[in-house]
Every structure is written in C-alpha cells, then in structure tokens.
Design a binder for this molecule. Structure first.
Ligand code: NAD
Ligand code: SER
Length: 319
C-alpha cells in the first residue's frame, strides 16, 4: 500500500491485515516510519526503481495505491500534485503490469467539473471536465487505469470516493476536510468556523463504509464488472449547516460560523451534489451502512474517546 500514512490509508492497512494476515500487507508512505503501521517502509512512489525494489523484495501481488496530493494542496502546488498523482500512478501501473498484480487506485468526486450534470444525481458515465489540478489528475488516472486493463490485462479497480470522514488520521489538505475538522472543534471548543458556505452540498462517506467498499470491490467477481475503475459510490449528502444541525442533536450548544475560502469554495462549487451509485450497486453489490445520524453519533463517540471528551448522553442523545 502506498500513501498508507494518510487519512484514507491509515485505517485500511489494519483492516486488510486482519483479513489477509498481518505480515502480508506492507504499508508504505513518503513519511518517516510509523510504528503503528509496521510492517512499514518509507517509499517515494515517484521513484520507480525504489518501488520496484520494495515490490520485488516483498513479492507484491496486489497494490493499493493511495499516495496523492489532495485538492486544496494541489491548487497550492500544482506541479508537485501532477508529479505525485500522475508519475506515482504510472509507476505503480507499470509495476502492476510487470508483476501481473492487481491494483486498486481511488478516484474522487473531484473527477467531475462545472459542466457535469448535477440533477437529480451525477451519472456514472458523464461529462468530466474538472477545473482543479487534482481533478485533472483524477480523470487522467481513471483513464490510465482503464487503459492498463484493456491494453495489458492488468486487474485495475477503483471507486470515486466522496469526501471521507474519519477520526483516526487527520485529512491531508482537501476541500471536504471541514467535515472532519468540525468534529474536533465541536468537541474541544464547542464552535467551528467553516471555510465552505452554509449551502454547499457534497457527497460524504464514513471511513468504515469506504474501507468495506474498497475490499468488496477488490474481492468482487471480475466477470460481473462492466466498469472496473471509477465506480461512483455514495452514502450521504449534506451541507455544513445540515452537519452542524446533526451535531447539535448531541451537543446543543455547538455553534457554526462561516469564513468562506474562495479557492476551496470554487472547487466545491464545481463538484457534484449527489452521485448516482447504481452501477456499483448493480455490478458488485455496493451499499452504504452509515447515514448522517449514524455517522455523527459514531464520530462523536469515537473521537470523544480519543480526545478524552465526554459527550453527554452519547449516541442516545440524538434519539
Ligand atoms: P492524504 O493526503 O491524507 O494522504 C496521502 C498520503 O500520500 C500522505 O500520507 C502522503 O505522505 C503520501 N504521499 C504524498 N506524496 C507521496 C509520494 N511521493 N510517495 C509516497 N507517498 C506520498 O490523502 P488521503 O485522503 O489518504 O487520500 C488517499 C487517496 O484517496 C487519494 O488517491 C485521494 O485522491 C483519494 N481520495 C480521498 C478522499 C478523502 O476525502 N480523503 C476523497 C476522494 C478520494
Ligand atoms: N476529499 C477530497 C478532497 O477534498 C476529495 O477527493 O480533496
């Protein structure tokens, strides 16, 4: 696994180890060794020789390629984002081809743009003209993953993750990060200043659903997959105001303020409001388990434990 020390990599590594054996999943990231993620190797995915050495030394037969620069950071460092997101991916695709290995690589709601149909939901196959560097790399990544399957028979698979919400590792510089930050601030300070406007609706997903979906897709019968890469998957859609209202059911004093960041607002405004995930449902049985109330109850409980903050009444308070 590359990018294993990021928000979306930290939790799947243990989940995959529980399933396939602890020693059978090697975590890697650009970051220095992370003891909790052992076995772990510091590895730059833009270095094909280093990738090849590590893959050969460990007999890699499946890659989970999660290393990337996310949307907001990518706008600040577009060339760096291009380098990591594109060179990193082509390196891993080549390695998967050479080793006849399987490859999971996630795309994103960012792969869509302002011309993409929005209502009633953004279709699986539709116009993709993103306006952010991150989105450009995600569309190109989807096409490359399809190409390596069609041209070389590599078992590439992937989903378009919505904004991911989790309490184990912090988010790494995306536009949906507010939906994680808000929980930390709600528990610690009782208030939060959001960088997106109150009516900005986006697709979101709780990390346990994202991990389960990833594993289910990788284990799906290949014969059932008409699409292979870039499956729309969805769980819930909300605005900052709606998320705050759900948090207030547990923390009635919680206050949400707004100071809109024009750059991240423009990115969010170019993304879908709701994904149509019927292809994933039909082809490999995708179904989310967490809706907004379930997400908020679990986040406040688990993050409260982590931060040693007690939420009065816990999940029961919302009922
Ligand atoms: P993150 O920023 O939290 O983590 C990315 C990791 O990649 C970091 O740990 C970073 O150190 C590592 N990395 C950066 N450059 C590297 C390099 N050259 N070599 C090796 N590692 C490098 O991001 P994330 O949320 O964990 O995202 C993982 C994947 O999921 C990405 O492909 C992202 O596009 C996708 N995704 C995430 C979300 C989300 O909401 N988190 C939503 C949609 C898609
Ligand atoms: N959560 C990601 C971001 O905001 C979407 O891919 O960048």
């Amino acid at each position: 696994m590359t990018g294993a020390a990021g928000q979306a990599g930290t939790e799947p590594a243990p989940a995959l180890r529980a399933r396939y054996g602890h020693g059978n999943v090697l975590a890697s990231d650009l970051k220095p060794p992370v003891p909790e993620l052992e076995p772990y190797v510091q590895l730059d995915c833009t270095d094909p020789a280093a990738l090849g050495r590590v893959a050969a030394a460990h007999g890699a037969n499946t890659f989970y390629h999660l290393a990337a620069i996310l949307s907001a950071r990518a706008e600040q460092q577009p060339l760096q984002a291009y380098q990591v997101n594109m060179t990193g991916l082509i390196n891993v695709l080549e390695l998967a081809r050479e080793r006849r290995a399987a490859l999971f690589t996630p795309s994103s709601i960012a792969a869509f743009g302002p011309d993409t149909p929005r209502e009633p939901a953004t279709p699986q196959d539709t116009i993709q003209r993103p306006t952010s560097m991150y989105g450009v790399t995600k569309v190109a990544g989807e096409l490359l993953a399809d190409y390596y399957h069609q041209r070389f028979g590599v078992d590439t698979r992937g989903v378009r993750y919505p904004g991911l919400i989790s309490y184990v590792a912090p988010p790494g510089g995306g536009t949906t990060d507010y939906a994680v930050d808000i929980f930390y601030h709600a528990l610690r300070e009782g208030e939060y200043t959001c960088f997106l406007g109150e009516g900005t609706q986006l697709d979101m997903m709780y990390m346990p659903d994202a991990i389960r979906g990833t594993i289910e897709l990788m284990e799906a019968d290949a014969g059932q997959l008409r699409h292979r890469n870039a499956f729309n998957i969805a769980a819930m859609q909300f605005t900052p105001a709606q998320l705050a209202a759900a948090i207030r059911k547990h923390l009635p004093e919680f206050r949400l303020h707004y100071r809109v960041d024009p750059m991240r607002q423009a990115i969010a405004d170019s993304w879908p409001r709701r994904l149509d995930d019927s292809a994933a449902r039909e082809e490999w049985g995708w179904a989310p388990r967490y809706d907004l109330p379930a997400l908020v109850a679990d986040m406040l409980e688990k993050l409260g434990e982590k931060l040693a903050v007690t939420v009065k009444g816990g999940a029961d308070a919302a009922r």
